[in-house]
Design a protein around this ligand. Structure first.
Ligand SMILES: [Zn+2]
Length: 369
């Protein structure tokens, strides 16, 4: 099969064609008919997404399929359904459901790489919109989570009791340890980064700038520790409400390919304004912003195609914007078979028109949208 248009390659834009079956076989730059109106990008990867189209990861197998297909229609070809802080048995049920969907495969859907365990190992003092069921990552709970075999990313507040042993256990299992929902100081965050690295792990940050405090001259906080560490990767919710465009540019300048866009989308994504729910809490979506009754931002209604458009509007090049929704997450997750238009990689594509609206989505050489 062949797609042609303007190819968004790792280092440049080039008109040309890509030849593929389930794998990219050839990239051939050269004049093509659709150059001006059609862009071919690598499939998007979302490492932090709770829901969409009325469905939530916590609701089980059918809901996970529904939210995954919704985000696929917006370009996501690899997804990590994400849990929320709830009583532990509910969290385990959700992890088992993600494992079941992953094992069976999602026909007509994106690749389910695994789950992002966001909560309950978070600070009760920095819940954001997480419900109040935070617990410490004691060895028993960590072992139960790891036994599901499906956790790929864990959000962890490093100042919690048992965090040190939890970091070692998750890192040893290849789980990305993502610092977040934390009241840690700069020094505590730096120490956690060192611990993760020493255990052979990969350092992440859960929605950089959100639920980790700000940056002040005398109080640099976890965000500074994460941005300044050569080892740190960071998620960013770029709906322009969670993070100001200038803060995005700062992080991007410092972190480059270690910064990745996530949606942190909740069930109301795709449904327009109106009442919704997050983790059993009432949420109101108004002007595309989801909030708890007290005004706290409650996840987002973002999709990765919109995040890409926001990055372009903030002055990011298309080559870099494409990396923010694809390659950088692949690198963070250690997925060397996707995230770029390069021969030998999976044939995961997003075809966008001149306005960067999604026209086609291909997963491993199959067209699904
Ligand atoms: Zn989240």
């Amino acid at each position: 099969m062949i797609l042609d248009g303007t190819l968004v390659l790792p280092d440049r834009l080039a008109p040309g064609r890509v030849t593929f079956d389930d794998t990219i076989r050839a990239i051939e730059p050269g004049p093509v008919a659709h150059e001006a109106t059609r862009y071919i990008l690598p499939g998007f990867i979302d490492t932090h997404v709770h829901g969409g189209d009325g469905a939530d990861t916590m609701e089980g197998v059918a809901a996970i399929g529904r939210l995954a297909r919704f985000h696929m229609a917006h370009g996501t070809t690899t997804i990590l359904p994400t849990t929320i802080t709830r009583p532990w048995p509910d969290v385990m049920d959700a992890l088992r459901a993600v494992a079941e969907v992953r094992h069976a495969g999602l026909s007509g859907g994106p690749a389910i790489h695994g789950a992002h365990l966001e909560g309950p190992f978070v600070s009760p003092h920095r819940l954001g919109a997480q419900p109040p069921f935070a617990i410490a990552p004691d060895p028993d709970h960590v072992a139960q989570a790891l036994a599901t075999g499906v956790v790929r990313v864990v959000t962890l507040a490093p100042e919690l009791e048992h965090a040190e042993t939890a970091i070692a256990a998750f890192a040893a299992a290849g789980v990305r340890v993502s610092i977040g929902h934390t009241v840690a100081s700069f020094e505590q965050a730096e120490q956690a980064i060192c611990r993760i690295c020493a255990a052979g792990g990969t350092v992440g940050a859960t929605h950089l700038f959100n639920a980790m405090g700000g940056i002040e001259g005398r109080r640099p906080g976890p965000a500074t520790a994460l941005m300044c560490s050569d080892a740190g990767h960071a998620e960013l919710i770029f709906d322009t409400h969670h993070v100001h465009p200038a803060s995005f540019r700062l992080a991007h300048r410092l972190m480059g390919e270690r910064l990745l866009f996530v949606t942190d989308a909740m069930r109301g994504a795709g449904l327009g304004d109106g009442p919704s729910q997050l983790g059993g809490q009432e949420v109101m979506i108004s002007d595309g912003i989801a909030r708890l009754p007290d005004g706290t931002l409650a996840g987002s209604v973002l999709t990765l195609d919109a995040a890409l458009r926001n990055a372009l509007a903030a002055g990011t090049s298309l080559v870099d914007a494409a990396k923010l929704v694809s390659h950088n997450a692949a690198r963070y997750l250690g997925l060397t078979d996707r995230g770029a238009l390069v021969p030998g990689m999976r044939a995961d594509f997003v075809v966008m028109d001149g306005d960067f609206t999604v026209r086609e989505v291909w997963v491993a050489g199959q067209r699904h949208t």
